[in-house]
Write a protein that binds this ligand. Structure first.
Ligand code: PLP
Length: 381
């Protein structure tokens, strides 16, 4: 049985060229980039080259890139590092209820330290209101954090408009671009972004590495204390290999990106058409146009999602649900609950996400398997 992986929003396979790009740094160019001898200098030069590629991909300069151990750390560093450093300017932050836990839980930790956080609601399409953002701003607000694209629905937030709205205000603007980077063209200057978090394993780079873009001049309190790597913003020996893999993966992701978007729109259309033709009752979650091409979140009313996922896995299809199973009962994710309340729609949602290796044939096989499984589950008659 050929297994079909449609969970690229969870993590992605490493691109073979990215894997290849890492190899020399495990075995021959292995010096510590902080060492002053030949081995160290060689590593440092490679690290700088990777940093340059990452910076250029978002329209930044190399010294504005802080290498981290992934998206969570980048989000935490931006939010906690900035808030702690600038609390003399105010102790209020604004974010949205549908953010990733890497943002929400960082905000929660700051609340315990005495900061106040406003969590903006979203509409049924998953988008915040700019008017509500404007109203939430106070003289105490120091940071606004809004994700570029949501990990469950692919919905895009109006980050450029939000950033423009903050222009005259003291607050800085952070975006969690973990899902969006590599799928959309992002230029921090054009978008007005002060800090941007990214993670390599979402764009066919290695796991456990990512970066935070920090606009020149912005000071952060570090999360980690130790050596003075990353201009004292992130202590610990950098991984030259992971940085090289991440840089190569991002370079490849941005190559023919528009073509890949079109292909993914076709995958999406194909899957939806097959489901319609098969008489399946379903509803697509999230904004119709303001979204990523590679994430498709569908609710199947009447279906027990846990059973559905298990049966699809038996059919060789790997997807994920937007729900969590707590003490035997299915609870909708915080994202779908924010969009649709505690509802059947939220509890019966499945996320299909496409990427490297996905084909049209996969869509046909997935639709056929879905029809079989829904019939077996007596959801489709
Ligand atoms: N932010 C978003 C939107 C994500 O989807 C993820 C990944 O699950 C993260 C942050 C965390 O990234 P990482 O897994 O690299 O810590």
């Amino acid at each position: 049985m050929e297994r079909i992986y449609l969970d690229h929003a969870a993590t992605t396979p490493v691109h073979p060229k990215a894997a290849e790009a890492m190899m020399p740094y495990f075995t021959s160019v292995y010096g510590n980039p902080s060492s002053t001898h030949h081995f160290g200098r060689e590593s440092k030069a490679a690290l700088q080259q990777s940093r340059k590629v990452l910076a250029e991909a978002v329209g930044a300069s190399a010294d504005e890139i802080v290498l981290t151990a992934g998206g969570t750390e980048a989000d935490n560093l931006a939010i906690m590092g900035y808030a702690r450093r600038h609390q003399h300017l105010g102790r209020h932050l604004i974010t949205a209820v549908t953010e990733h836990h890497g943002v929400l839980h960082a905000c929660g930790a700051l609340e315990k330290e005495g900061f106040r956080v406003t969590y903006l609601d979203v509409d049924s399409e998953g988008r915040i209101s700019l008017e509500e953002l404007k109203q939430a701003l106070t003289d105490e607000t120091i940071l606004v954090s809004l994700m570029t694209a949501n990990n469950e629905t692919g919905v895009l937030q109006p980050v450029q408009e939000a950033a423009a709205l903050l222009k005259e205000h003291q607050t800085v603007f952070h975006t969690d671009a973990v899902q969006a980077l590599g799928k959309r063209r992002l230029n921090v200057t054009e978008l007005g972004i002060d800090m941007l978090a990214a993670s390599a394993h979402k764009f066919n780079g290695p796991n456990g590495t990512g970066f935070l873009y920090v606009r020149k001049g912005i000071q952060l309190d570090p999360l980690l204390y130790g050596g003075s790597q990353e201009r004292k913003r992130r202590a610990g020996t950098e991984s030259t290999a992971l940085a090289a893999g991440m840089a190569e993966a991002l370079r490849l992701a941005l190559e023919n990106m528009e073509q890949k978007q079109l292909e993914q729109e076709r995958f999406r259309h194909l899957l939806l058409t097959h489901l319609e033709q098969g008489g399946v009752e379903f509803v697509v979650n999230g904004h119709r146009h303001e979204r990523l091409s590679n994430v498709l979140n569908i609710s199947f009313p009447g279906a027990n999602v846990e059973q559905l996922l298990m049966n699809l896995d038996l059919e060789g299809i790997a997807v994920s649900s937007g729900s969590a199973c707590t003490a035997g009962s299915i609870e909708a994710s915080h994202v779908l609950t924010a969009m649709h309340g505690d509802s059947e729609r939220g509890r019966s949602a499945v996320r299909f996400s496409f990427g490297l290796g996905t084909t049209e044939a996969h869509m046909e096989q997935t639709a056929a398997a879905l029809l079989r499984v829904l019939q077996r589950m007596k959801v489709l008659h």
